[in-house]
Design a protein around this ligand. Sequence first.
Ligand SMILES: [Zn+2]
Ligand SMILES: [Zn+2]
Length: 370
Amino acid sequence: MQKRPRPYFLLLIAALLCGCAVLPLESSKVPHFSSRMPAAVAHGYREAIGVIHAHSTASDGQLPPDAIARIADRQGLDFLILTDHNTLNPKAEGKEGRYGRTLMLAGDEISTAHGHYLALRLREEVKSREASQWTADQVASQGGLGFIPHPFWKRKPWSNPALKGFTGIEIYNAAEDARNKNPAMLGAATLLEGSDLSVGHWVARLDQPLALWDRLLSGGRQVVGIGGADAHGLVRFGLRLAPYSTIFKLVRNHLLIMGEVTEASVYEALEKGHLFVAHDVIADASGFLFAAVGPDGAVRGIMGDRVKREPGLKLYAHLPSPGETRFLKDAKRWPGWPGRRAGWQWMGLACTGWKLPARPSPGSTAIRST
Ligand SMILES: [Zn+2]
Ligand SMILES: [Zn+2]
């Protein structure tokens, strides 16, 4: 990642939506939770940071795929996944591939009778726009991944709660945040185009998708939470309201992968939920990790993994800078603090980055709960 200028002098609040670990712990013997991360935990994984969910001129976006990829490259992103509406043309036309540092891949945001469905790792286009279960089955039969984007989008919220066979949901959608929840901030950001300061102020916490994710996880389903940019390069009245460069800063997915950044490693991490979602414009979240470690020091699982209960199992949350965390479970926010013991199933977590009004020196950033 390129070093980005950090906003400072003003108090900035934003959500750092973190990955999820599904831990079916059934006994009252509780794991130990610590902020200290053994070196072994990080061993073997590297972060691939990128943007998911962007629209090009293949559907209703403003720029062609290669121009969007170059924006991602200029921001130092490792990957970008285009998802044009009801077409896989960027893939069919050979637009996938490397653009400098950035690996661009192409999926399809399919319109179904019950809402949009984000289909990744497709081999071929799903032509018909049928009921959502039919679409999800078609995607799965290709070995594809399916995500429900913006499940609470005002214009067409997701309306099939019984859907089976999907991979996950968007727990944050930047377009929904900007256009539905924060139109005033959208205007301000337009006037201050490209300013990290304005973008940081833009971010709001959308509770509904997090609550849905929590409910799904609590019901025993393994559901991957991702952050969607939903970037279109929106232009209204001649004004560039939400340029790709701004939206790409608003929400990024940090995948934990083994080896190089390839199509296979990116999609594998998304399938397994080996990721966390962050608003890096507030503070660089690189280095965050949530992991379960056995008594022998070996890693039993990271975000997204299902881990068996065993004596001596410890849960570690490693934050990129000192801070506080809170954990979501069964629609409650449980207090949490590194070093404390906890007696519930740790299923999802979210924490909020709160940048202190401090000089931009190392260690000036704190992570605080909401
Ligand atoms: Zn959509
Ligand atoms: Zn979209």
